[in-house]
Design a protein around this ligand. Structure first.
Ligand code: ADP
Ligand code: ZN
Length: 617
């Protein structure tokens, strides 16, 4: 019986989505939903949560309801399902009365396997009555952490979902989230009144992501350098403030990069417009604040750049989680300066004071910052650090997918000497000046304040002349980060020496400083594997075809085919329908709908590029 269900699940997944295998815990989650046992499923972003609630109703011929927080997310999902020949619809406030009636009558006639609804719509009396009529047996709550105060994305309307269990005692409720903390998990179970739920928690490590933390010495230049590795690919750049996003997007546009800013201060239509352009692959780079997040369904984001340190590891995990959701390699680069932590610190303090929050809030914020700072400044395997942060042991001794394990961290050659020069300059200015002034003195800058204090007469004046200013500033902050130098926490922070500084000055303590690696970054093994045997020219060609089709049909590009599918087409170069059917991501509907077009494109490309040969499987 059980193995029979497993077989049916596999067949369904192949038929509609063209996937040959399930990802970890998908089978268990689908089984729980088929058997109508309440469940809480925690999988990282990109783990494949949607499939878990999409398979059961279509397999068992019932209608399930999915609660989803954003209309844009619902629309994209419905488009993607319809493209697979899967009967689905959404009910939301933006619909015309006619469309709504159409969906409502379809629901009553059991025409859909899934109906998506926003929480506030779901709990209206009319909708609840409709659900009574069609005997709904299961609810899936997507982004279930929105129900919890403790989550990072609380939505009060989710609280109303507690009525589901009262109103439909016979129905099962399945909660899905990527948020890992135990507190949020317990809150979800309690708020949704789940009874004896199956709890499935996936592995949080994302092996296909390559993590890098690079000292930030010149943000704009470094961002551009990273972008040259991702020409024509989707990239998200996160900044701390709205102003930062606009400045950086402007700079990139000046350099002919199709970038756009995105933040909560923009008009909603403008935001939607940017989001659509990104989904339809009309722009590649979005420079955003944390506001850009949920609702980004583009699965082929190849790079996430943090232009500054985020304020918690949870934020970092979530934001980097948007890279490589298709399972292919992706890069996450964090441009780090210890000054970021200090900036956050004062932002947290200010916002807590403005909204009169208790001291605990500030303390909690500082703890999160401290963890994040640890991630950036400790030269340990990044995969291991993140896994262990989420309380999951990391088995591999070497991940092969972070700057530390790839041996990319480059030390400054005469770090101890450099540190002593910086520290002695701090001593010479009598520990009464900030980092900028100390840097100015070391570089022999001719500023008013240098002359006013007679600092051009100091023995340390010009001691580091020729060092790029931003690089030197970064090294000053590295010393602060390592506790070898103190920076006061007041309105005009000054640099002070401590015992550790004196130990360095007396030559009793060596110092390690790092700098951005000069040579281009080598590609990781993960990246090589993902491109193994792929004809890149053909892949680019097929992407062009996909973009055209997406625009023609006004759907996001991933609704046509994912990057993973395009790469496999460009690897196996199928010549017949039965060969194409074997490609991951080609289900029956898509084979009928898109097969002839893509087979034709593969054939004509192969004819025009005979040197690469018409290799079939
Ligand atoms: P989540 O909601 O957990 O972030 P999604 O449900 O959006 O993840 O899935 C991420 C991507 O992985 C999607 O492009 C989806 O089509 C793909 N996917 C899901 N399950 C599988 C599978 N078993 N095999 C291959 N690809 C899958
Ligand atoms: Zn590593």
């Amino acid at each position: 019986m059980v193995s029979d269900l497993k077989r049916q699940i596999t067949q369904t997944v192949k038929r509609y989505w063209g996937f040959d295998a399930l990802r970890p815990l998908q089978a268990e989650a689908i089984q729980a939903a088929c058997e109508r046992r309440d469940s809480l499923v925690v999988l990282p972003t990109g783990g494949g949560k949607s499939l878990c609630y999409q398979v059961p109703p279509v397999l068992l011929g019932r209608t399930d309801v999915v609660v989803s927080p954003l209309v844009s997310l619902m629309k994209d999902q419905v488009d993607a399902l319809l493209a697979c020949g899967y009967p689905a619809a959404a009910l939301h406030s933006g619909m015309s009365p006619d469309d709504r009636r159409e969906v409502e009558s379809g629901l009553a006639a059991k025409r859909y396997a899934l109906v998506f609804a926003a929480p506030e719509r779901l709990v209206t009396p009319g909708f609840l009555r409709l659900l009574d009529q069609c005997n709904v047996q299961a609810f899936a709550i997507d982004e279930a952490h929105c129900i919890s105060h403790w989550g990072h994305d609380f939505r009060p309307e989710y609280r109303e979902l507690a009525v589901l269990k009262e109103r439909f005692p016979q129905a099962a409720v399945h909660a899905y989230t990527a948020t890992a903390t135990a507190r949020v998990r317990a809150d979800i179970v309690q708020q949704l009144r789940l009874t004896n739920p199956t709890v499935l928690v996936g592995r949080f490590d994302r092996p296909n992501l390559v993590y890098r933390v690079i000292p930030r010495v010149d943000k704009q230049q470094q961002v551009r350098e990273i972008l040259t590795r991702h020409k024509g690919e989707a990239v998200i750049i996160y900044c701390i403030s709205r102003r930062d996003t606009e400045a950086l997007a402007g700079y990139l546009q000046e350099h002919k990069i199709k970038a756009q800013a995105y933040h909560a201060g923009m008009a909603p239509d403008l935001r939607r417009c940017t989001q659509d352009a990104f989904a339809e692959e009309r722009i590649d780079v979005v420079v955003a604040t944390v506001a850009f997040g949920m609702g980004i369904d583009r699965s082929n984001v190849r790079c996430v750049i943090h232009a500054a340190m985020p304020k918690s590891i949870e934020h970092y995990q979530q934001e980097t989680g948007r890279a490589g959701r298709d399972g292919l390699e992706a890069e996450c680069v964090l441009l780090y300066s210890a000054a970021d932590a200090m900036r956050w610190e004062s932002l947290i303090r200010r916002s807590a004071e403005e909204s009169e929050q208790p001291e605990e809030v500030i303390v909690a914020g500082q703890q999160l910052l401290e963890q994040m700072r640890g991630y950036c400044s400790r030269l340990e395997c990044r995969h291991r650090f993140l896994s262990e942060h989420f309380e999951q042991p990391y088995e591999k001794p070497d991940c092969g997918a972070c700057d530390v394990c790839l041996n990319e961290v480059e030390g400054v050659a005469d770090a101890t000497e450099t540190a002593r020069k910086i520290l002695s300059c701090v001593a010479r200015v009598q520990e009464r000046f900030g980092a900028m002034h100390v840097v100015d003195v070391l570089l022999a800058a001719k500023t008013e304040s240098v002359f006013a204090y007679g600092h051009d007469k100091l023995s340390t004046y010009g001691l580091m002349k020729g060092t790029p200013k931003k690089a030197l500033t970064n090294m000053v902050f590295q010393l602060v980060d390592q506790g070898l130098l103190i920076r006061t926490e007041d309105d005009r922070p000054t640099l002070r020496l401590n015992d550790a500084s004196w130990a360095v000055l007396r030559g009793q303590r060596p110092v390690r400083l790092i700098k951005p690696k000069a040579e281009p970054v080598v590609s990781s093994g993960i990246e090589k594997d993902a491109w193994e045997g792929v004809d890149r020219g053909l892949f680019e060609h097929l992407r062009g075809v996909r973009r055209e089709l997406a625009q023609e049909r006004s759907v996001p590009a991933f609704v046509i085919f994912s990057d993973a599918t395009l790469r496999e087409l460009a690897r196996s170069r199928p010549t017949t329908e039965s060969q194409m059917r074997r490609v991951r991501g080609v289900g029956e509907r898509k084979l009928a709908d898109l097969g002839p077009r893509f087979l034709g494109e593969v054939a004509s490309y192969t004819r025009e590029h005979p040197s690469t040969g018409g290799r079939a499987r």
